[in-house]
Design a protein around this ligand. Structure first.
Ligand code: ZN
Ligand code: ZN
Length: 918
């Protein structure tokens, strides 16, 4: 056996199946494109699920790939195992080959044997295979597969074994495609068994020890499960195989641990270099090293596929894994962010095949470091809090609500709380945690998007199949051409009213219309669906007559691949299935959309030009009245940056660059620099939209299925109407073009004209006029303040005539007319300055509410007088309260009408206080 690198092993697998006539397809994103039931892509077959369910087709019948997969919980993986053993991972690669109704068991088995024994030269005596034999005796034994296995050159026939439903029968779900499978196991020799001599251990295939490794599962999909008891044979049989790449590499490189293969050693080495650890220290901390390597890979790929750290769903998983790795890092000596450097090693190791990592390198590294820093700020607080929780517990169980609070308030993922608790001999009440979490999520759920259920989906795919059987639709389904025309002569082949298929609809019926071909665009890639009408026009002879019937179309959808429905309402007449008709897209609205879509591409390219190539599209909406573009960038755009972007885009518009569309091979397109977007699903052949002159550097090129103008001048003009943040590291720009820009400009001009008319100036002088007016206003306010003080001073002089003497103390209690409490305080200062020694209590109704200020000169506080008590006593009468220092206090109330009555109490209160203290 020659030593192969992991890159060579991956390539040899793909080359082998390419030679056998397979299309080599790119790995789908870790974020499943059309499967809302799935958190992450977790198997190679995910991207082909629609084919197996009969809802979709592909231009090829044989395919092979390596698929990025992610498993973080459930029957296949538990996070705690990762790092503690040598073969569990969160993110891993699955190699696979598929036949969609093409070759079957014979070829699949022969090729598997050939690849393993001839290409990779694995010793035949170490290979074991298993076939299906129903322990309940109800399903057919897979002698077909067993026979092919025994026929392979050099195979030991005693190495062909039979197992039951648990090991060798594969099902997609409770219903749906299923069938027997054949597993290939590799015997690593008796010394690899860690259970030797353990009571009850039978050392053999499926014996659950380290000796026999399952390396490849060949699934033969031959039934459709209709119910728990009914299996129907499928007309077209499929093959679906999966090989764990990391494990295969460990076998071919002769290592007993996945972490010792060249997939992981560069990551471990990077960590070791940063810490300056000796090899012995690495061994001492091997679990942390493995966790950092495994999680570092997962984090890099997740961010590369557009996931950002957050608190729900995929975002939570990313945050949790990243923080878990960061905490393990702290345990072995890191004091600052370090994961970006591990991610860098991941990109060096895997970027050659997964080129999206290289393209998004800077972005990935920045997101990681941002999140690590955010975590570091909360981690100490969280751990301190956990410490105090642990030290006060009476038993060994951390209550669920406490764990939830650590998560919710301190950003400590449950998995970290559990790690820390377990290290110190505690457990976490995880059920309690989940309950607290569910309570919080309940609120969020109401806002979640409605997803079509499986039943509705099957109704549509049944309809599609029936239309195809009848010949109303071809094998490719509805012909979709929104690109070359906005009107098309066609015919009604299906009508759905209130969920029922009908032959004829009546006026005001809400209908879904199926046509064999349509120019209506279906919402995708952020571009909204077309609206318009479907009409039956009268014969040539009946010129001048109105349509025989008309349906207003408000939405266009693709419920299942191959089927397009036009959603609308019958405006007049009675449309029937089978009748000819015209499908007419609302043309003005469509032009608005096309302008906004092409402008979106120009905006994307100019954001990268002005801000840098870290800018990646993170979301987009192309509607008729505006466009919205979300992109990765961590800072707010300065006015200069924004101006530059807007100016550049308008320059590109004025230069009238042609917009060209080409269909090409995915690899060629990406190789020539076209931008592929997060979360988009690309087939073999992609559509590339390029803006620019053929012989010059392109202005923009993107993989895109949208509709576009022919040349940039058709956009008219481009204006940004808002810029803001929509989350960590994501900015949003909203803009208008064409008619939208026109009406935006006109409405702004109108407002300016109106404002100029109010201010009696020319619109051009508006800004200077506004500034002048504001200055005048300020001066006037200043003057007004001065006058008010003067008036208050005069009022005060008048009030001084009402000072009474209680004992030997001058007392002033009066209601004043002021607009704020400060004015009253100022009056108390004047009073103190005038009398030297005395008491003053003022009241005023300010904005309808009574306010009271009381002051006592210092010398009198020793004689029982207290401003706070005076203010409080007076305020009580007006329905309020308050207090303050002995020398100055303030209080408020509710009933202004009783202010005079309240203030009249003051002399008595002063008298009382003096008497008590004397
Ligand atoms: Zn064993
Ligand atoms: Zn586009």
């Amino acid at each position: 056996m020659k030593m192969l690198t992991s890159a060579e092993i991956r390539q040899q697998f793909l080359d082998f199946f390419a030679e056998m006539g397979h299309a080599i397809v790119p790995s789908a994103s870790l974020v499943p494109a059309d499967d809302p039931t799935l958190l992450f892509t977790n198997a190679g077959m995910n991207q082909f699920k629609d084919v197996f369910l009969g809802r979709g087709t592909r231009p090829y019948k044989r395919a092979a790939d390596t698929q990025k997969c992610m498993r973080v919980a459930g029957k296949h993986n538990d996070l705690e195992d990762v790092g503690r053993d040598t073969r569990h991972h969160t993110m891993f690669e699955m190699l696979g080959n598929w036949s969609f109704g093409d070759y079957y068991k014979k070829e699949a088995i022969a090729w598997a044997w050939q690849l393993l024994t001839e290409v990779w030269e694995l010793p035949r005596e170490c290979l074991w295979v298993t076939c299906f034999k129903d322990e309940k005796g109800k399903l057919e034994t897979d002698e077909e597969a067993a026979g092919y296995w025994r026929a392979q050159p050099g195979i030991d026939p005693t190495h062909v074994l039979y197992f039951g439903r648990k090991d060798n029968f594969w099902e997609m779900g409770d219903t749906g495609p299923c069938g027997p499978c054949s597993e290939i196991h590799y015997d690593r020799g008796p010394e690899a068994c860690e259970k030797q001599g353990a009571p009850g251990h039978v050392c053999g295939v499926n014996g659950d020890c380290g000796r026999y490794f399952e390396i490849w599962n060949l699934v033969f999909i031959q039934y459709n499960r209709a119910s728990a008891t009914q299996l129907d044979p499928l007309p077209a049989k499929h093959v679906d195989t999966g090989m764990g790449f990391e494990r295969m590499v460990s076998i071919l490189q002769g290592e007993d641990s996945n972490y010792k293969t060249d997939l992981f050693t560069p990551l471990m080495r990077r960590t070791q270099e940063m810490l300056g650890h000796t090899n012995a220290q690495v061994e001492e901390n091997i679990v942390a090293y493995r966790v950092i390597a495994d999680h570092g890979r997962a984090v890099t790929f997740l961010i590369g596929d557009g996931v950002l750290p957050g608190n729900v769903g995929r975002s939570y998983v990313l945050r949790m894994i990243l923080r878990r790795a960061a905490r393990f890092g702290r345990k072995i000596g890191f004091t600052g962010p370090f994961l970006a450097s591990v991610a860098d090693a991941v990109i060096e190791t895997m970027g050659q095949h997964f080129t999206e990592l290289v393209t998004r390198r800077d972005y990935i590294l920045r997101v990681i470091t941002d999140e690590e820093e955010r975590f570091q700020r909360t981690l100490d607080l969280g751990l301190a809090r956990l410490d105090s929780v642990l030290s006060t517990l009476e038993d060994q169980i951390v209550p669920g609500p406490e764990a939830f609070k650590l998560y919710d308030t301190f950003g400590l993922p449950l998995e970290i709380t559990r790690d820390v608790a377990e290290e110190r001999g505690f457990f976490v009440d995880e059920q309690g945690f989940q309950e607290a979490l569910a309570g919080q999520r309940e609120k969020a759920r109401a806002s979640e998007k409605f997803e079509m259920d499986d039943k509705t989906l099957s109704a549509y795919s049944d309809a599609l199949r029936q239309l195809q059987d009848k010949g109303s639709l071809g094998a490719g389904g509805v012909e979709h051409d929104p690109y070359t025309t906005v009107e098309m002569e066609t015919a009604v082949i299906g009508l759905l009213v209130d969920g029922q298929w009908v032959q004829q609809a009546r006026p005001s019926d809400k209908v879904q219309v199926i046509l064999p071909a349509t120019p209506f665009y279906v919402e995708s890639g952020g571009q909204v669906a077309d609206t318009g009408v479907i009409v039956r026009l009268p014969q040539e002879t009946a010129k001048g007559a109105g349509p025989l019937w008309e349906i207003a179309i408000s939405d266009t959808r693709r419920p299942v691949s191959g089927l397009i429905v036009h959603v609308g309402e019958v405006k007049s007449g009675q449309p029937r299935v089978g009748e000819p008709c015209w499908a007419l897209v609302a043309p003005d609205r469509r032009w608005d959309i096309m302008r906004n879509h092409t402008a979106t591409h120009l905006l994307h390219s100019q954001l990268r030009e002005v801000l840098g190539t870290h800018v990646q599209q993170a979301g987009s909406l192309v509607a008729p009245d505006h466009l919205r573009f979300d992109f990765t960038h961590s800072a707010m755009l300065t006015q200069d940056e924004l101006d530059a972007v807007v100016e550049n885009v308008n320059d590109l518009i004025l230069s009238n660059y042609p917009v060209n569309v080409h269909y090409e091979n995915y690899k060629d397109a990406v190789g020539s620099g076209a931008m592929a977007l997060f979360g988009e699903k690309y087939g073999d052949v992609v559509r590339v939209v390029r803006t620019g002159w053929p012989d010059e550097e392109l202005v923009s090129q993107e993989l895109c299925g949208g509709t576009h103008v022919n040349s940039t001048a058709e956009i008219g003009s481009f204006l940004v109407v808002s810029e803001g943040s929509v989350g960590a590291g994501i900015r949003r720009v909203e803009a208008v073009t064409g008619r939208g820009a026109q009406s935006f400009i006109l409405s702004r001009l109108n407002k300016m004209n109106n404002a100029a008319a109010y201010l009696l100036c020319a619109p051009d002088e508006l800004d200077r006029k506004v500034q002048n007016t504001l200055e005048q206003l300020q001066a006037a306010q200043k003057e007004l303040g001065r006058i008010r003080r003067e008036m208050a001073r005069r009022d005060f002089e008048a009030l001084m005539n009402t000072v009474q003497t209680v004992g030997d103390v001058p007392v002033l209690a009066a209601q004043v007319k002021v607009t704020d409490v400060d004015a009253m305080r100022e009056m108390t200062d004047w009073y103190r300055a005038r009398v030297g020694s005395g008491v003053i209590v003022l009241g005023a109704a300010i904005e309808g509410r009574p306010q009271i200020v009381a002051a006592v000169t210092d010398d009198l506080t020793g004689r029982g007088l207290h401003a706070g008590k005076l203010a409080g006593a007076v305020a009580k009468v007006v329905g309020g309260g308050g207090g303050g220092k002995p020398t100055l206090a303030q209080a408020g109330g509710r009933d202004s009408k009783r202010l005079a009555e309240a203030l009249a109490l003051v002399p008595g209160l002063v008298c009382e206080a003096l008497e008590v203290s004397a």
